[in-house]
Write a protein that binds this ligand. Structure first.
Ligand code: S3P
Length: 442
């Protein structure tokens, strides 16, 4: 096994232009829907990182012929809605919650059984949020006693019943899981969300010409319809761009252009929050690519101020809080995050892990059950922090180095490869003094 440690020298600024890799959520969905389509789907801009590749491998294991990825290009020979084959081994989904939760819905209504497994982090994450509503539809899914993976799914082809489900939390994974199950259920399945969450599933289903109705906070689907192969151009992932949006905002003298970034309004909470803090982010050259809005983002450094983060922005920035906490540490005054208890069940407990690391670096941070209070504007010191194998924690503490007064060492960074393998190269190229050390351990 190899462990990866990031070492960041303090200071520097981010300058230049870059295009970060493809959107993770859309990459997963392109493989899922392309596999279920009739005909050949071409994907460009596909994210060649472990999470999306886990989804790709799962569909190969279910008999789908998928070529690539090669330079972000993937060709999927769709097998049609009823063409998946029984996998002859458990589907291993690594670190990817999106793969596991969406697949549980899709596989619940198949004419074969399947088992979904994952790594240590994924095996500790809550799955009842999907297995309970799926059970109400007639699905047969066994979890551990704690409601975690492995998931043992006994396919109920033709037996699933529709549901009208009001989600107790704002989760795009739960919504998407139930919409995929709804494609195999009798009657109309509706999912009602308590607050807007990313809508890539609904948009991409429409792109594949599968009927899905959207009415306010409700999305409705049925088994009537088929997916027709299409072309998908995946834009850059705003969740990866987020590290550089914050980095360029906090490092004096920075001037950065991030090209071709997906700016779907269900994902732009990071821009809204940073702007409320005083950041300078221009949205340029707005256009639509394959049903998703895309733009170039120009960011220059600006002094930030602390704010109370509006709760309605939380689901729209849900993956960006690790790096937003770093922005808050650099902002003058108090930043308060509330209504974000979901952060405790991400790849790590992102409230606790970020608070521990920030405190170790000398930041005045207080974790709360549903968020954090940070008194920013003080000094960020150096030290060795734990990422707990969480990709976004590792990248967030790397960005903190831009404003630290001593080196920061970040342990356990191998999982950066789950979403952004090019992070260290792009960050170095733009001006972050990051060194990546690989150590073999027995
Ligand atoms: C995702 C939804 C979000 C997000 C995750 C990707 C998706 O999870 O945190 O990284 O692709 O649907 P939740 O649905 O748990 O909020």
């Amino acid at each position: 096994m190899t462990t990866i440690t990031f070492k960041v020298q303090p200071g520097g600024q981010l300058k230049g232009e870059t295009r970060v890799p493809g959107d993770k959520s859309m990459s997963h969905r392109s493989i899922m829907l392309g596999s279920l389509a009739e005909g050949v789907t071409h994907v460009t801009g596909f994210l060649e990182a472990e999470d999306a590749l886990a989804t790709l491998q799962a569909f190969r294991d279910m008999g789908v012929n998928i070529e690539g990825p090669l330079n972000g290009c993937v060709t999927i020979h769709g097998v049609g809605k009823h063409g998946l084959k029984a996998p002859n081994r458990p589907l291993y989904l690594g670190n990817s919650g999106t793969s596991m939760r969406l697949l549980s819905g899709l596989l619940a209504g198949q004419p074969f059984n399947s088992v979904l497994t994952g790594d240590k982090s994924l095996s500790g994450r809550p799955m009842k949020r999907v297995t309970e509503p799926l059970a109400a539809m007639g699905a047969q899914i066994k979890t551990t006693e704690k409601g975690t993976a492995p998931l043992e799914i006994t396919g109920q082809a033709g037996q699933l019943k529709s549901i009208a489900y009001t989600m107790p939390m704002a989760s795009a994974q739960v919504k998407s899981c139930l919409l995929l199950a709804g494609m195999y259920a009798q009657g109309e399945t509706s999912v009602i969300e308590p607050a807007p969450t990313r809508d890539h599933t609904e948009r991409m289903l429409s792109g594949f010409k599968y009927p899905v109705k959207r009415n306010g906070n409700k999305a409705t689907i049925s088994a009537e319809g088929k997916l027709t192969a299409t072309e998908i151009d995946v834009p850059s992932d705003i969740s990866s761009a987020a590290f550089f949006l914050v980095g360029a905002s906090i490092a004096e003298g920075s001037d950065l252009m991030l090209k071709h970034v997906g700016i779907n309004p269900t994902r732009t909470g990071i821009i809204s929050i940073l702007r409320l803090m005083g950041a300078s982010i221009e949205i340029l050259n707005e256009r639509e690519v394959g049903g998703e809005p895309v733009a170039d983002l120009h960011v220059v450094s600006k002094p930030l101020k602390g704010i109370d983060i509006p709760e309605e922005l939380v689901p729209l920035a849900i993956d960006e809080f690790p790096v937003l906490f770093v922005a808050a540490a650099c902002a003058e005054g108090k930043t308060r995050l509330t209504g974000a208890e979901e952060l405790r069940v991400k790849e790590s407990d992102r409230i606790q892990v970020m608070a521990d690391g920030l405190i170790l670096l000398g930041v005045d941070a207080t974790p709360t059950p549903d968020g954090m209070i940070i008194n920013g504007g003080g000094v960020i010191g150096g030290g060795t922090v734990e990422s707990h194998g969480d990709h976004r924690i590792a990248m967030a503490f790397s960005i903190a180095g831009l404003r630290a007064n001593a080196p920061i060492t970040i342990l356990d960074c191998a999982n950066v490869n789950t979403s952004f393998p090019e992070f260290k190269d792009i960050a170095k190229h733009l001006g972050l003094a990051l060194v990546c050390e690989e150590n073999k351990v027995q």
